[in-house]
Design a protein around this ligand. Structure first.
Ligand code: ADP
Ligand code: NI
Length: 239
């Protein structure tokens, strides 16, 4: 028989599948499932150093981390929290025996602070706020899914969905992007898949928090570097 915790996770899965059913493969249920599994894996590894981690917060944070997204919801930063609360209010009401108000707050904090855009925003304002252990883990899991073989698949899925070219000789990547530029880049049709490697994916490795995550990120990073070398050789008829 399923216990209340299992029922809570299953309800979260059903809600996420429903909310994300129209997304392209870069941000679909399978992305969320990978992030969820990776977050559990990293949490197991990290629990050697940090015994205070709340696994329910990590699992629900991972499952809900993409339920509101600038790119798919076309909302502004100021509307983000309202939208998250709106989408999760019934869930938290129904699960109030499993998930306390404090846990809910930590889960919402993960959703609001996980994004790469947020990272760029903080960098722009020179801020480096304290981050919860749970957010570090879910953030690493999400970032690991942006790089390596799966990361390559996702970038082309996103670009293909937007009918963008793989590359354009006369459109170099933007260096040191701001949060606004990053957002515009994802929203508008003025970029390429290869540019996104230089604008984000190759920068991810150095933004991983956990020890186990860093090890995986290094391998995935090298795989992308090799891939880009081969891509370049092929388009210049050298291989
Ligand atoms: P985060 O999940 O950290 O907020 P994003 O949602 O912006 O990051 O990006 C997740 C993935 O979506 C990227 O790793 C990439 O695969 C794809 N993506 C986002 N923006 C772009 C873009 N401008 N061009 C190509 N792919 C993109
Ligand atoms: Ni994600």
């Amino acid at each position: 028989m399923k216990n209340n915790r299992d029922t809570c996770i299953l309800a979260a899965i059903a809600l996420v599948k429903e909310l994300m059913k129209s997304n392209d493969p870069s941000h679909d249920w399978y992305h969320v499932e990978r992030v969820w599994k990776m977050a559990i894996h990293l949490a197991e590894k990290e629990s050697e150093y940090n015994s205070d981690l709340d696994l329910l917060v990590i699992e629900l944070g991972a499952l809900f981390h993409d339920i509101v997204d600038f790119k798919y919801d076309k909302c502004e930063a100021k509307d983000l929290k309202g939208k998250v609360d709106e989408r999760l209010s019934e869930f938290f009401k129904a699960q109030s025996n499993e998930c306390s108000p404090e846990q809910r707050e930590k889960i919402v904090d993960i959703i609001l602070n996980i994004s790469w855009r947020k990272e760029l925003e903080l960098k722009h304002f020179g801020q480096n706020p304290e981050v919860s252990g749970e957010l570090k883990i879910v953030r690493d899991a999400d970032r690991l899914d942006a790089i390596g073989a799966v990361g390559i698949a996702r970038v082309f899925a996103f670009s293909g969905d937007k009918h963008r070219p793989f590359y354009m000789d006369d459109l170099p990547p933007i260096q040191n992007m701001t949060a606004e530029e990053y957002n515009e880049q994802s929203r508008l049709n003025k970029s390429t898949a290869i540019n996104h490697f230089h604008e984000k994916l190759l920068l991810v490795r150095d933004k991983i928090h956990t020890t186990a995550g860093k090890e995986l990120a290094e391998k995935r990073h090298q795989y992308m570097v090799e891939y880009l070398k081969q891509f370049d050789l092929e388009i210049t008829c050298d291989s």
